[in-house]
Ligand binder design. Structure first.
Ligand code: PEP
Ligand code: MG
Length: 547
């Protein structure tokens, strides 16, 4: 559901909705049983208390809020209104009713005067509510308390509410009433708070529903798709993901950690918000792509630190520079190659320019010390034992504790029984493993139909890796895009994957599908896929069986 309103500012935020409690109700129009003088004394006392409260709130809030709340405090002393209240009490009204009617009339008069004074009607009614609460001896309904951040949804907000919002908790505000010149809007703008006011359909939002508040477009999206949440996060929004975010678990309780593929430290927060339990592939190319020379160690170290601190205490798998193929770098001596995907790519180029690799590993070891993150480091495009031994020993000598390789060249898959025991972990890159197994350039649209990891040839190579890793007790993950496909995720687990890494937007669907099968069932489904004759048959067989 999408609700339109008026956006304040350009920000975006995502989180669970929490409604402001209903405002204090209208006092009944019953005849007062008390003496008029008693009623009047009570009102007088309530008006002064409310005046004092508003002035004090204004002092505390400071800035524009101070002026707005001070002006509101004057409404509590406005002689015309005070006289009107006294007159109504004299006519036999209760103090509560007299206050309500007098301020209601004041608000209606203001509303008749055009846009700006109309917005002040909210402030006037808020004074009345405060005075009535005081007369009743009840607490004023205030912004709800919550341990977790939330999006505040209200009919309207009084300036005092907006001015005193706890911005560590309130991600955004949505109001049904209000306009760009309402004090809610002015104060929201002042506080850099994401807000959509005048959102007429917002009555339908219930507590706990996830909402995207997009001030730039003036819309509120209720129960958004995971992709929409990711897009909001990518625009720099504060995101608190839909609950609950349980860890990846099969139906029998087997844990399958679900990790995120990220390409820059800025993608870390959105991934965490979507429930990533760590990072399964951090592609580091972003640091090098526009550079004329390799970035200095200090700069790299601080960027790695940015990423790792978002995942403190959790696993972060970083892949060292994978240049070549579609990412050619002059400082790695790349020149024209007829088939660059089969050229000096990944570890091949790094080995020839060991200084670049050493600097990167040194920066990573430094960030590991800075953050205490559980850092795992791997090399791309490794083909055999020689390359594995080269990388593992170099990385360990530079202080990296957990070192492994990406298995994405079919040669490494075939030799997995030799390679896995040499590593602290292996991670299967199904994008390249598919391209090289089926000899189909992944950049070429004309052979795109071959780029299908469901192909039994690819699945059989994955099984070789899973079996070899299992035999040597080497943890094995999958970081290719195939892990984003919920059915394939089941098969990958059945073939031996211990964890899966994917685009953050896919986490929710994969999590839900894995929860439906046991490890035994995943193994049976994988066995079924392995004996099919084509990618389409393998996918169909698993889809049919899962139902
Ligand atoms: C892969 O090849 O599967 C992989 C994850 O790496 P990239 O897509 O960056 O080549
Ligand atoms: Mg790859």
């Amino acid at each position: 559901m999408q609700i339109s309103g008026i956006g304040v500012g350009r920000g975006v935020a995502v989180g669970p909705a929490l409604r402001m409690p209903d405002p204090i109700g209208e006092p009944p129009d019953a005849e007062s049983q008390a003496e008029a003088s008693t009623e009047y004394r009570r009102v007088d006392e309530a008006l002064s208390t409310v005046t004092g409260e508003l002035v004090e709130l204004g002092h505390k809030a400071g800035g524009d809020a101070e002026g707005i709340l001070e002006a509101q405090s004057l409404m509590a002393q406005d002689p015309a209104v005070v006289d009107d209240i006294a007159r109504r009490i004299g006519d036999g009204k209760t103090s509560e009713r007299a206050v309500f009617e007098a301020y209601e009339e004041y608000a209606t008069v203001l509303e008749g005067l055009g846009e700006n004074p109309a917005a002040r009607g909210v402030d006037v009614r808020d004074v009345a509510r405060r005075v009535i609460a005081r007369l009743r001896g009840v607490a004023l309904p205030t912004v709800p308390d919550s341990d977790a951040p939330f999006v505040l949804v209200a009919n309207d907000l009084a300036p005092a509410d907006t001015a005193t919002l706890d911005l560590t908790k309130v991600l955004a505000v949505v109001t049904r009433d209000g306009s760009t010149s309402s004090h809610t809007a002015i104060l929201a703008r002042n506080k850099n708070l994401v807000a959509v006011v005048g959102a007429k359909g917002s009555d339908a939002i219930v507590n706990g529903q996830t909402v995207i508040v997009d001030a730039e477009q003036g819309i509120v999206v209720v129960d958004p798709t995971a992709d929409a949440v990711v897009a909001a996060a990518e625009r720099g929004g504060r995101v608190v993901a839909p609950q609950p975010l349980t860890p990846g678990t099969l139906a029998d309780g087997t844990r399958v950690p679900l990790l995120a593929n990220v390409g820059s430290p800025e993608e870390a927060a959105p991934a965490v918000a979507l429930g990533a339990e760590g990072v399964g592939l951090f592609r580091t190319e972003f640091l090098y792509l526009d550079a004329r020379s390799a970035p200095p160690i200090d700069l790299q170290r601080s960027r790695y630190r940015d990423l790792m601190s978002a995942f403190s205490g959790r696993k972060v798998v970083v892949r060292v520079l994978d240049a070549g193929a579609d990412k050619q770098l002059a400082f790695l001596g790349h020149t024209h190659e007829e088939n660059p995907a089969l050229g000096r790519r990944g570890i091949r180029a790094l080995r020839e320019h060991e200084g670049v690799l050493r600097d990167q590993l040194t920066a990573l070891a430094g960030a590991q010390e800075d953050t205490g993150a559980d850092l795992w480091v791997m090399a791309p495009m490794v083909a055999d034992v020689d390359e594995t031994e080269y990388f593992v020993s170099l990385a360990r000598s530079l202080g990296l504790r957990t070192v492994g390789i990406t298995v994405e060249v079919p040669s490494a898959a075939v030799l997995a029984d030799q390679i896995a025991p040499l590593c602290d972990f292996v991670s299967i890159g199904t994008n390249d493993l598919t391209q090289y197994t089926l000899a189909a350039d992944r950049q070429l649209g004309s052979v795109a139909q071959y780029q299908d990891p469901w192909h039994p040839s690819v699945l059989r190579l994955i099984k070789l890796i899973g079996d070899a890793a299992g035999a040597s007790r080497t943890p094995v993950g999958v970081c290719g895009e195939s892990a984003s496909d919920p059915l394939m995720a089941v098969v990958l687990v059945g073939l031996g994957a211990d964890d899966l890494s994917m685009s953050p937007g896919a986490l929710a669907d994969v999590r839900a599908t894995l929860a439906r099968v046991t490890l035994q069932q995943a193994r049976e489904l994988a066995a079924m896929a392995l004996v099919q004759r084509s990618a389409a048959d393998a996918r169909a067989a698993v889809a049919d069986a899962i139902g």
